[in-house]
Design a protein around this ligand. Sequence first.
Ligand SMILES: Cc1cc2nc3c(=O)[nH]c(=O)nc-3n(C[C@H](O)[C@H](O)[C@H](O)COP(=O)(O)OP(=O)(O)OC[C@H]3O[C@@H](n4cnc5c(N)ncnc54)[C@H](O)[C@@H]3O)c2cc1C
Length: 472
Amino acid sequence: MYNKVTPQIREELSKIVGRENLITDPERMLDYSHDEFSLREIGHMPDVVVKPQNTEEVSSVLKLASREHIPVTPRGGATGLCGGCVPARGGIVLSLEKMNRVIEVDQDNQMAVAEAGVNLGDFIKSVEEAGLSFPPHPGEESAMIGGLIATNAGGSRAVKYGVIRNYIRGLEIVMPRGQIIHLGGKLMKSSTGYNLLQLFIGSEGTLGVVTRAVIQLLPSFVLTRSLVIPFADLDSAIETVPLLIKRKILPMAVEFVEQDVLAIAEAFLKKRWPCREGKTHLLIILDAPSEEEMDRLCQVVAEVCQEKGAIDIFIAETQKRQEEVLEIRSKIYEAIKAQTIEILDIAVPRAEIARHVKKVQEVSRKYGIWLPTFGHAADGNVHTHIMKARLEEGRMIPLEEKEWRPKFEKVREELYEDCRERGGVVSGEHGIGLVKKPYLSYVLDKTQIDLMRGIKKVFDPDNILNPGKIFD
Ligand SMILES: Cc1cc2nc3c(=O)[nH]c(=O)nc-3n(C[C@H](O)[C@H](O)[C@H](O)COP(=O)(O)OP(=O)(O)OC[C@H]3O[C@@H](n4cnc5c(N)ncnc54)[C@H](O)[C@@H]3O)c2cc1C
């Protein structure tokens, strides 16, 4: 049992962060009761929202919360898709939004130092202005550095450039009882004891609050080119990926998407995708250091795709054409959002994608629910959208709640079961949060979950930091 935030504690919090950085008005707090997961029934109101402006204030808030046994939920951009920043047990929402400075872009070490509340869009801008790049590109630019680290976010470039974990070199963390620790630094290597830094990455705000990070950067991309390649069926499209890798082509991204989803996105966005033929399209993005090398890569990709029966090959060369294609791909979410219940992010071994997607299609037919599926063909991370709609002659037909509600749980169970059988995991990049908690045991055995519980106890003995997330 936790204690509530009393008027006296509110007063103390206001002394720490300043009255203007404290929210108690229920209407304004409503925004802090949920993330991007669509079903608001998992939301929960906090007692109070605080917006500290520096690490010392975060530490003072946590000291107070631990003394009074009040839960604290760290919050970044709230773009999470599994209820991770929902204050499930009430208490304090600790929003990092005011700690939004890029402190340094260090050219000599090719590293940036940023506060947790810098959003991805602003971070990329600062890095690019300095002539460098931050290659992983999770899809939502209002996500914040702290949230990206806490979920170990991925994105479509993971196959070549890895995920957030691969870029974090140092962290400043405030522990649940308020101690401030510094892990790593501007270092490329460390074999100095247990790697606590990596443990915080992906811990979903349950072990400590990220306040600052040292982030590895790379030289900026010289040339990129996007290819859209329609295939008659899913198998041929997916089977192309290992063939590319065998020919020593590692694209920056390989996305697969079905024609029916693209048609709906085109109509919603009033933009045209380069082609309408075929059933499954691959979007392959290449990067290269010179025009000659780019031409060679495109040539090999074209040969491999033709071997697998590609219907056509469209190359977007100009910046403008590439941006148009990428915009449609990245905004599919908006086109179907109103009817989406949940976006799954199952990850299976690359060679299992086609079989997993076939299972998705079978489950879709069985329950009469549209399950549009697209995602990262080269890294096995598949985004099946569970819809409250069915698809009829290319149109989304909304279902009544009494129709979709009982099927929703069954669809999830069947898909997670299939994921387990294929050696997959229930989350490739979004995390477990509240929503996937019941399914953690589908893919992790009891010993592993017990070890995690033990780690949580050591880091957060009072269980005040984001309680009720990942596992109970
Ligand atoms: C349109 C769209 C596209 C997306 N595309 C991708 C994608 O390509 N790849 C991907 O991986 N995800 C994607 N996501 C999901 C989401 O953007 C990521 O999970 C992101 O990392 C969440 O960051 P956030 O700042 O919004 O975190 P929040 O949603 O605020 O919080 C997420 C978790 O992190 C914790 N947390 C937040 N800040 C801190 C902190 N400072 N210290 C400790 N814990 C903290 C929270 O408690 C919570 O558990 C997408 C979401 C949307 C809506």
